[in-house]
Design a protein around this ligand. Structure first.
Ligand code: SF4
Ligand code: SF4
Length: 103
């Protein structure tokens, strides 16, 4: 997997959950719910959304999945992302290993 893809995946993946920030409405409920300080805010002038800041701290409690009103988080890779990565020739089964144990 190339470095650009690895850098992008580190912002949307922990060992336990995936995030699809495109659907985020910036209510910040997940940030309050995540006691491990895994999720952070990305604030632009024209848009706000979450990203994964500390993937390796995720404990897999899944509170983010429960509180998010827009289903941003999931246990499995989102279908659209999966098909994009497959088109780029990424071996989905090796993602965690390729991105360095989510460091
Ligand atoms: S709870 Fe969902 S919609 Fe709200 S900030 Fe977190 S990811 Fe975005
Ligand atoms: S699974 Fe738990 S620890 Fe991991 S990002 Fe979600 S709320 Fe935080």
């Amino acid at each position: 997997m190339n470095d650009k893809i690895i850098q992008k995946l580190r912002k949307i993946r922990t060992p336990y959950i995936w995030a699809n920030p495109q659907n985020c409405i910036a209510c910040w409920k997940c940030i309050k719910a995540c006691s491990a300080n895994v999720i952070a805010k990305k604030v632009f002038l024209w848009h706000k959304h979450i990203y994964i800041k500390n993937a390796s701290r995720c404990i897999g409690c899944k509170k983010c999945i429960k509180v998010c009103p827009e289903s941003v988080f999931s246990e499995n890779i989102p279908d659209l992302l999966k098909s994009l990565l497959l088109k780029k020739g990424v071996d989905i089964s090796r993602i965690n290993a390729d991105i360095g144990a989510m460091s």
